[in-house]
Structure formats: structure tokens, C-alpha cells
Design a protein around this ligand. Sequence first.
Ligand code: 5GP
Ligand code: ZN
Length: 110
Amino acid sequence: MEDCIFCKIANKEIPSSFVYEDEHTVAFNDLNPQAPTHILVIPKEHYASLNELDNEQVMSALFTAVKNVTKQLNIKEYRTVINTGESAGQTVFHMHIHILAGRPLKWPPG
Ligand code: 5GP
Ligand code: ZN
């Protein structure tokens, strides 16, 4: 999708270093990390949010990617977050899963 920053990252129009890539997903470090490890896993295809994500193959690939990234980086304790919609804190409207690790994380989130 035009003017979508995460599409540009996924298409390699913006040079970024991926920590993981497979057929359907890529993962890269968050620009503004909220924990020592803060990785974003995104589908290569554009879905504005989890509400629009209707492809079960891609859903499955996203979960597999989270597991592969954490395994690859030997992260055993972590939080995954999907913000859906503005009031939930979504700021980039290309669906993504946050992986946060490396410090104790409080619950509930603010
Ligand atoms: P959201 O608030 O939508 O759940 O998360 C968006 C995340 O994307 C934020 O944590 C923000 O720091 C990150 N982000 C926004 N723009 C960029 C970018 O251009 N590159 C990277 N690597 N992360 C970005
Ligand atoms: Zn996009």
C-alpha cells in the first residue's frame, strides 16, 4: 500500500535490517524501543489492523514468526502485543505484533 511505512520496510524500499524473514512475514527492531528487546513482526502483505487480517495462512505465519524470532534470539520470557485501533494505542496502520523482552513488564498496561 502506498504511503505505508511498514509496506516500504517489508518491500525493502526503506533499507532496514531484518532480524527474521520468511515467505509471509518480516521482523525488525522497533525505532523507539520500549524494552531492551523490542521487535515488530509484520505480514509482508498490507492489512491495516488485526480486524482486516482475514488470511489464515498469514495469521499462522505471524505466530510461527514470533516463535522463530524468540527461539533464534533465545528469548524465553517476553510479551507479545497487538494494538488494534487508535484507542488501543495503534499508531501504524499496518498490522504488527510487538515482542517486548529484557526487563520486567508490569500488568495491566496503561
Ligand atoms: P503501534 O503503536 O501502532 O502498536 O506500534 C507502532 C510501532 O512502530 C511503535 O512502537 C513505533 O516506535 C514503531 N515505528 C514507527 N515507525 C517506525 C519506523 O519507521 N521504523 C521502525 N523500525 N519502527 C517504527
Ligand atoms: Zn502496509
